[in-house]
Design a protein around this ligand. Structure first.
Ligand SMILES: Nc1nc2c(ncn2[C@@H]2O[C@H](COP(=O)(O)OP(=O)(O)OP(=O)(O)O)[C@@H](O)[C@H]2O)c(=O)[nH]1
Length: 214
């Protein structure tokens, strides 16, 4: 992104714009555009905090391109890069402003979907899967590559402070299942039903009924 050269007229504003630009660059995946892994981990930590405090249902999806090695082997590494960019763009088009999409590395992407009710999880994951499948990638004149993804999803346990590695691991297990069951599919772990009383929620915030009586 080119910055207007305001070094003379507004040096402080210019410096701030440079810092903002560098922060933005350091949070993105250089090849595909979405957030990078580091940014994703920060977003996950924020989400885990919210789920523990507010009990909101939050879904994480691990999204892996199927047989991507074949794309590189058949069409070359730069065609592979084009596929990665196209998938990054398709995923970006699936998200709401509150969601985060990131490239985790290689041909693996991930999404955090805050406040996503369990009844909609499978539909959301299918929408993502379909978006990629419906968009063949043109890598050379007359050469369109059909691309599919396998998706694994898991909900953060509500009212509990989980950890990012544990949450990702549960989604990864579902991704493994999706690959084993034939790829181009979405497998989601059913969220555990947790019954937490109002009193227990109060305890979670360090607030007890006895404080009300004081
Ligand atoms: N073009 C390109 N290829 C990459 C990049 N990062 C990783 N790869 C390639 O991604 C491929 C991943 O292959 P595998 O892990 O075997 O997975 P796969 O072929 O997609 O197979 P499944 O996941 O089992 O469906 C390897 O060939 C890597 O070299 C990249 O930035 N650009």
């Amino acid at each position: 992104m080119a910055l207007p050269d305001t070094r003379q007229s507004d040096p402080a504003g210019w410096l701030q714009a440079v810092v903002d630009g560098l922060c933005e660059l350091s949070s993105r995946d250089a090849l595909t555009g979405p957030a990078n892994r580091r940014q994703f981990e920060l977003a996950m930590a924020r989400e885990i905090d919210r789920v523990a405090r507010a009990g909101e249902p939050a879904l994480v999806l691990m999204i892996d391109i199927d047989h991507f090695k074949r794309v590189n082997d058949t069409h070359g590494h730069s065609a592979g890069d084009q596929v990665l960019r196209a998938v990054g763009q398709a995923l970006h088009e699936c998200i709401r402003p509150m969601d985060t999409v990131a490239r985790m590395g290689g041909e693996e992407f991930a999404m955090i979907l805050p406040n996503c009710p369990p009844a909609f999880g499978q539909t959301v994951a299918e929408r993502v899967r379909n978006k990629v499948q419906m968009r063949p990638v043109n890598v050379a004149p007359g050469t369109d590559i059909a691309v599919t993804v396998s998706i694994g999803g898991a909900y953060a346990p509500q009212w509990v402070r989980s950890s990012a590695p544990l949450w990702i691991e549960r989604a990864d297990q579902q991704l493994y299942r999706a690959k084993q069951e034939g790829r181009n599919r979405a497998c989601l772990e059913m969220p555990p039903v947790s019954h937490v009383s109002a009193e227990e929620k109060g305890l979670l915030f360090g607030h007890s009924q006895f404080q009300d009586l004081e």
